[in-house]
Design a protein around this ligand. Sequence first.
Ligand code: SF4
Length: 189
Amino acid sequence: QEFGEISIKDIDQVAKTSFPLCMRHLFEKVKEDHHLKHGGRMQLGLFLKGVGLKLDDALAFWKAEFAPKVSAERFDKEYAYNIRHNYGREGKRTDYTPYSCQKIISVTPGIGDHHGCPYRHFSEENLRAALVRMGLSSRAVEDVMDKVHNRHYQLACTLTFEAVHGSSCDAGINHPNQYFIDSQRVLQS
Ligand code: SF4
């Protein structure tokens, strides 16, 4: 089965069903605030590239989300370059790879940043609320929080995956794009 591509019209749907919490959060924030700071744009942008969003669709996505706050002209001037850069079309033409969990967990988000790993960087209250919004039972929330308290963030994410999908994830979660692929596999089987 192929998971090589995703089009812009499917993105809202798959964000709800198959994005890990770190990416759901960024996705919700860009829809809410019509903006994301650099760290968030990188983390979500490279993830979306890994999910199979083509460059033209990526440009259209960010432009539309930013539109209430950023004019088309300013978007083209200030943001488009970075997006093309992430796709290896500018600068050194490096094809940048999406961030792993380890990398995301190790960052230190500043005030107003929304990137990072929610299991590591959210307050307990916000994390519990986010897990409930993902549909976890109170029992499952406690199991996840238990992992978080022991600083096993990827295991916490794995338990969330299993609770959301009703299916085990024996390999454990080590990459947001792996979460996505495993999720699509479960949902399409
Ligand atoms: Fe994202 Fe990985 Fe954290 Fe899960 S463990 S929320 S995939 S960074």
